[in-house]
Design a protein around this ligand. Sequence first.
Ligand SMILES: [Zn+2]
Length: 1017
Amino acid sequence: MPDFVAYTDKHLDVALQRLGDGVYTIVAPLAIAAWRTKEPVSFAQRTMGEPLQLSIGDAWGELFDAAWFRFTGTIPASAVGQEVVLLLDVNGELCVVDERGEPVRGLTNVASEFDKRLGMPGKRVLPLTDRAQGREPVEVWADAGCNDLFGIVQENGVIKDAWIAVCRPDVKALYYDFEVLREAMTVLPEASARRAQIQYALHDAMHLIWNGLDGDAVAAARERLRGELAKRNGDASLSVSALGHAHIDLAWLWPLRETKRKGARTFATVLANMELYPDYIFAASQAQLFQWMKEEYPGLYARIKARVAEGRIEPQGALWVEPDTNVTGGESLIRQILYGRRYFLDEFGVDVDYVWLPDTFGYTGALPQIMARAGIRYFSTQKLSWSLINTFPHQSFRWQGIDGSAVLVHMLPEETYNGPAAPRSLAMIEQNYRDKGVSSHALMAYGIGDGGGGPGEEHLERLARLRNFAGLPPVQQEWTSAFFEKWVQDAERFATWQGELYLERHQGTFTTNAANKWYNRRMEQALRETEWMAAMAHRLAGADYPRAALDAIWQEVLLYQFHDILPGSSIKRVYDECLPRYAALLAETEALLGAAQQALAAQVDTAAARQPVILFNSLGWEREQWLKLGDAWHSVKAPSLGYAVLDAALPADVFPQPAATTEQIENDRLVVRFDASGAIASIFDKLNQRESVPPGELANRLVLYHDPGDAWDFPMDYAEATPRVLTLASSRAWIDGPRAVVEQTYHIGHSVLVQEISLTAGSSLVEFVTRLHWRERGTMLRVEFPVAVHAEEARYEIQFGNIRRSTHRNTTWDMARAETPAHKWVDLSQRDYGVALLNDSKYGHKVKGHTIDLNLLRSVPYPGPRLVADDAVAPGEPHPAYTDQADHAFRYALYPHAGDGLDAGVVRTAYEFNIPLQVVDATSHAGTMPPVESWLAVDRPEVVIETVKLAEQGDGLIVRAYETTGATVTAHVSAGIAVTGAEETDLLERSERAMDIADGTLPVDFRPFEIKTLRLR
Ligand SMILES: [Zn+2]
């Protein structure tokens, strides 16, 4: 009966719509008063804002305004005995509170931005009473944000709904019965009996309510559908674990302060729905979010805690925040787990042994080791489903990092963390699950996310009907950790994926919003320097270790590593707020460092020097360099993780005389020749008698590409267009002691770039110090170094090691890795010779063919603030919509060398380029500590001591080192301080085994790229 099918399908949707419309009937209006402020205020201050009397259709604020709303009215007598709700939609987000100001439920405008294929984000129903008495007065207060879930004002921000309504629970139940069956019909096999019978049942039910929704008709329709909803599966081949979830970006299209409110709204909704749905399990990640609830909403937090204790809310993912893992440093990733896992354990007694990173833009190959050595067994994401070119082959697999450590990974087969919990979700999970041949379990995260919100009534009503629905995989609500324990039973047959999980997208985020990346690197280095110095000052000079201050600084730095902050994909306001915080954090860290240095300096015997200066070296090898004190240049040495006293009153040292003109600079190692454009035509290596720049090509070529992309992406084919090349406006040259310097000035549109290029005696680095006044729009600034080296692979430093990537585009996998997020260096070497490029704050690297190419800056208009037209701002003025309209300073250096980069010591060179020797002025005095001392050293150049700090617990000294080259090495760590015992610990500093220590020396075995943590007593 072809007519029957066409007729029914269309009308089933109409019937469903009618049911939806029949659930609520408006019975009375509400009066609306509001008190508006620019920034949120507390419940106690709720009437301090500008008072507004409002009606439906009135706009009440501008984007990110806040207001306390009061809705008042009377339930009409006609509603007696009925279920009564309020319908509230102010085209913003609302947190309804009780009479004490405690959050009751979060509401969101129906028109909010969201990927509507995943469901409707709106929440506008506030339940009031199951049985009204009639004539009760209503007064409801709500804390409002003039923004939707995605930081937009929709529909001019007008108030849409403020009503008292009666609810028909029978119609609501029939609506969800009908909806679930209607959708199941479309995902079940077309020829199945199940589908045909559902179709008939829906057809019958539709006719039963054909004449209206009176109680008997609704009951009869429900009865007709009951049989289809009750049909069960046999033995299931695949079962689904369902997780209520609300992905909350801690900042993105809204400022950080709004996220705290998003958290309160979301948790309030979760807690309210838990009263109504006894099966409901909700999982929330990020210790930082819980901490904000604890600080800002203590009452709500106590209720969250009770639900965690009950097993209904799961603290998820073992991390402080869900960070970026491309730009974030290795030690920071360890601290993300250390602080996150500890928080969940201390606050809730829950020890989380998996990492939850559903939305981060790619995952470093260092992560498996970091996780495994912090006791993490499992990892979950879904982001690789966003890759633009290749389909990642697995969703349940063993992920092996660069050192060979492995964890087990589950990628959500539904390819979203915002699932609708609908029949189509379960069908997609089964159809799309690439490892279903070997795995019988899959995970589903449902609820409205990105801007928070979480599951609504619809998700929970659907799930109640889908627990074991014949034809779809059975689904059970449970904790992520419970899922992993079932799923791991099948793990023996999982495939292995080696190396990073590269997202073939969002490579612009290695560069966008450069100042944050610069500060993140500075903070990581400052904390490294300070922890070491403070630990030594505590040990040797009896100073207090500033544990609480360091914890607070670390936690804020970890926050700004969030996967929309550090990658540069947040709105401008987020950066306007976190950049001054970074500056304050850096100053605070440097003050702690200075205090520790002074405490130690007071103990050092400086009596032999007339004008003593103490050089502190935080690197694990002896440093030697030129240092300018006053007008005099000194050749200085500082021992490994130690210090040396220098007498600044001594005469300057003699150095080989460099030479500088605007055409050429030369030292004892290199001759660098510039062409008329300012770029480098030749770098001649005098030691190796070899040219580094191919004939006819130009290195340090600064080029501009049109970049019509956004914060995330530049067009994959941007380089097909001919770039604009910066042309030289002026240059000057000078000699400063052992340094030969050329300063070049370039004008670009309304921007100015000044670059100081220098050679220093005894060094093979060509150093580039750049200051940039940047006003370009839709433009990407890059620097290119074609080098006279041929190799199929280049090497890139990542956290705790390095990776090799092809220099060609043979396969789609090579092609897709458009840029690689390298940390301090990248190296292109053939058997006998190579060239490395070092940097102090950049990440977007590309080595294709024989050209090393570094992405320096991008100015792109989205996420902006939106709605600021290009011509609204005069050229040359900073345009608020475009990123990076500021003054910048950054450094990079080219390092031509014999052999490959690792043999040439590129690892140490890059550390030295990033981490300056600490120079501390002192007075001449006697002291208990000798004028030169090394406190810690390691005898193998492959091993770098990354971290020295006081143990999290007790007075032990934590020393963290790693193998940097990919070799098996036995190294000896020697201590110049009294050490009575040593043990190896994991990354959370939990003891694993005692170590032999003889004469202060400790043998330590390293696998390739292995991280070792030692505790010295
Ligand atoms: Zn996110």
